[in-house]
Design a protein. Structure first.
Length: 61
């Protein structure tokens, strides 16, 4: 499943698994206002791994 959204700074998206555990993803406003850069804040239970895509993809090869 895939979902494409537009989010403004301060808006959030929640991922909830079948056990009710939540991952919260929030768009954070940037002070330097770089137009081609998005900053996210991810809050998840400790047993979830949060891995950047470029690291995850290189580990899976």
């Amino acid at each position: 499943m895939a979902l494409t959204l537009g989010r403004k700074p301060g808006e959030k998206v929640f991922l909830v698994d079948d056990q009710g555990r939540e991952v919260e993803i929030e768009v954070v406003s940037r002070e330097d206002k770089l137009s081609n850069y998005t900053q996210l804040r991810i809050s998840a239970p400790r047993d979830f791994q949060i891995v950047r895509g470029e690291i995850y993809n290189s580990d899976s090869k």
